[in-house]
Design a protein around this ligand. Structure first.
Ligand code: PGA
Length: 241
């Protein structure tokens, strides 16, 4: 279960969240928990999470190791502040920051070769869904995004753009249909290993809809935005059963 805080929380607010959240999930053992705060909160989050088994993720990364790239953060810098994951290709990055299948692919390559696990986001817009292009889009994003990349350290997140931050969740059946398709595409790339790659669902996941999504065979977890900003709400998702 992964929390994507997006551009939310100062260091003080991060501290408040973690102090509230840790006791709520202290007995959770069989769910991998990941939090992706803004870059500025990573050091304080790393310090407070300490020995807990909650992992940290960056929300984005650049594909070069260092150099004259004002405003960018390298895979090594994420590792330096204890990140084990990075989210790559989120639809907001594609929509507002010009990210393309090609840059996403370069970022995934760089992250994986630096030893970060990647949460690779894909998903169709409402227009693409309504024109019957969902599977074409997913196929293109997977093929281009994962070109030359091995399955090691890879997690996918299916996030239909029309469900992000809108309160409109995909139905469990819609999620399963897309996840099954994604798994079969992964099968074309990686053979049997595709069965072991986790595919998260993202888009208006809440404590009260997570169980029905998780009951579907190919839904292995969730990438949560809005509902991950409060300790009790994200803990409710982590402890969904
Ligand atoms: P949401 O965001 O849960 O607020 O819809 C999910 C995401 O964008 O990862």
């Amino acid at each position: 279960m992964a929390a994507n805080w997006k551009m939310n929380k100062t260091t003080k607010e991060t501290e408040g969240f973690i102090n509230g959240f840790l006791p709520l999930v202290k007995d959770v053992q069989d769910v991998e928990i990941v939090i992706a705060p803004p870059f500025t909160s990573l050091p304080v989050a790393a310090k407070l999470l300490g020995e807990s088994n909650i992992k940290l993720a960056g929300q984005n990364v650049f594909y070069e190791e260092s150099g004259a790239y004002t405003g960018e953060i390298s895979p090594l810098m994420l590792k330096d502040v204890e990140c084990s994951y990075v989210i790559i290709g989120h639809s907001e990055r594609r929509q507002y920051f010009g990210e393309t299948d090609e840059t996403v692919n370069r970022k995934i390559r760089a992250a994986i070769s630096a030893g970060l696990a990647v949460i690779f986001c894909i998903g169709e817009t409402l227009e693409q869904r309504e024109s019957g292009n969902t599977f074409n889009i997913l196929k293109r994003q997977i093929t281009e995004g994962l070109r030359g990349i091995t399955a090691n350290g890879l997690v996918l997140a299916y996030e239909p753009v029309w469900a992000i931050g809108t309160g409109k969740t995909a139905s469990p059946e819609q999620a399963q249909e897309a996840h099954r398709f994604i798994r079969s595409e992964l099968g074309n790339l990686y053979g049997d290993t595709a069965g072991t790659i986790r595919i998260l669902y993202g888009g208006s996941v809440k404590p009260d809809n997570v169980s029905s999504l998780m009951s579907k065979e190919d839904v292995d977890g969730a990438l949560v935005g809005g509902a991950s900003l409060k300790p009790d709400s994200f803990a409710g998702i982590v402890k969904y059963i």
